[in-house]
Design a protein around this ligand. Sequence first.
Ligand code: FAD
Length: 386
Amino acid sequence: MNFLTDDYQDIRDGVKALCAQFPAEYHRTVDEEKAYPETFVDALTKEGWMAALIPEEYGGAGLGLIEASVIMEEINRAGGNSGACHGQMYNMNTLVRHGSEEQRQKFLPKIAAGELRLQSMGVTEPTTGTDTTKIKTTAVKKDGRYVINGQKVWISRVQHSDYMILLARTTPLAEVKKKSEGLSIFLVDIKEAMKSGMTVQPIPNMVNHETNELFFDNLEIPEENLIGEEGKGFKYILTGLNAERALIAAECIGDGYWFTDKVTAYVSDRQVFGRPIGMNQGVQFPIAEAFIEVEAANLMRYKACALYDAGQPCGAEANMAKYLAAKASWEAANACIQFHGGFGFANEYDVERKFRETRLYQVAPISTNLILSYVAEHILGMPRSF
Ligand SMILES: Cc1cc2nc3c(=O)[nH]c(=O)nc-3n(C[C@H](O)[C@H](O)[C@H](O)COP(=O)(O)OP(=O)(O)OC[C@H]3O[C@@H](n4cnc5c(N)ncnc54)[C@H](O)[C@@H]3O)c2cc1C
């Protein structure tokens, strides 16, 4: 597997050209107005970038996770925030890999054409948090339908998506051998659900990220909306979660380069004590250190994506890539805000916005502590803590 011989320049050039039509002022205004970057996501969809992972026979570009990650990286590197649209990328593989042929025929061409959006994934619940196998949302089969009851929290892009992939328990925890069994995933038609048992409560938050609390009260969904086999949803959702972690690593890498470029330009120009502040090693070293860490994280992101594309296990690499990249982008963000002095806090420099955006990735979609625990116990073989 040689993933270092291609720099994916055509993709980078294409995404850069599109992003150039949406300069910093665009993303700043969307952030200040707490709006959704609708015209930006529309443009990405029209140019086919959002269909990167859809196989060609269903109207997509038939690319792999590596290429998808390059698209996400370039958006963040150009000053945007892929968080508005990355859901479609990682949800896509869940549907492509585990959906039936009928589901693929029904949804993929429409998603590729931009007629449908599959931007949401509902996993997290308020009372169980990271302990996913304990989720309390249930799906009970009844007369050719599943009846959903329960609650989700932090479910993103629901108001800007047509469909959501939902994780629910179909067999009670007490009746399964392994706690990861008895969970299933479903495609939920969001607009239909909002008319018949799903309530959406937006959560105002620190980043401009459309995210919500969801309540299910006897929501009925057709049996054919089950993805794959009943009871195997946890395994399927992990496909999406590994893709999500690798893609978010790429976004953090894009952020990391944005911060190091921005701060390098600023400290090379800003004169204090009669010389550029960037002449001081106390200023240079944290920036250089962050850059080194972004470069190192980049290697792990390529490894994770290449394994994923080869259909090989990549849980360790996807988690480690996300850990390294989120840490590197956060260090770059800290150096960037610090050496902009007061201007780092002014909206017009965009540093405070990107600083808030990249901070999220220490917590979501999986917290740094949970990655450390995964590596300690599943890779290094230490005793399980939970
Ligand atoms: C803006 C935003 C968007 C999101 N979008 C989505 C979405 O679209 N879909 C979705 O399903 N979820 C989404 N999430 C949820 C996100 O995945 C969770 O917030 C994250 O997984 C952490 O879960 P939690 O908030 O329940 O934290 P908890 O599980 O309550 O954990 C809190 C903190 O405690 C620590 N911790 C917990 N357990 C342990 C342990 N065993 N050992 C050591 N430390 C521990 C960790 O540091 C963790 O950060 C989103 C979250 C945010 C903030």
